[in-house]
Design a protein around this ligand. Sequence first.
Ligand code: ZN
Ligand code: ZN
Length: 179
Amino acid sequence: MTLCPCRVSSNLSFLSQAIAYSDCCQPYHDSLLDDSSDKLDSIKAETAERLMRTRYSAFVLVKPEYIVKTTVPAQQSLLDVAAIEEWARQTPWAGLEIVRHTPKLGKRHAQVEFKAYFDTPDGQQAHHERSTFVKVKEESNNERWCFLDPTVAMTVSQKQPCICGSGEKFKRCCGGYLP
Ligand code: ZN
Ligand code: ZN
């Protein structure tokens, strides 16, 4: 059995957390990355925390395409896929800890505070971050959680319609969560 990377954590009891990859993040990865399947039928992460977990596992298993496809569509072409792949490959990932999931932050946002552990010669360290996610409406009017990447420079003015497609002004929507 291959354990899902997102269920490995240095701070929690290992056995209570152990879940097979096939029962955890794999269905999400396979579904979104399979080009032959109808995109609208793909399995969507039910919550921002679920999406966060699958993205962490995608880093560990070096699936940069999954990272791209789960970012807000307006930011996808601005991502450096090669750099994401390089970083994923070179980091000795050691586990994920979800510190706090705030499922409702305004109308369509959510936040997940997490620690992504990695090994260094001086012991384990963690990326401690708070990520923002937004519910994006797709063509079919289906909704899908996407990661809002604060490191991507967007050239959008505060009064323009928001990048997430909500129809609201940027500043009243995702602009409040981007630098
Ligand atoms: Zn998982
Ligand atoms: Zn927005």
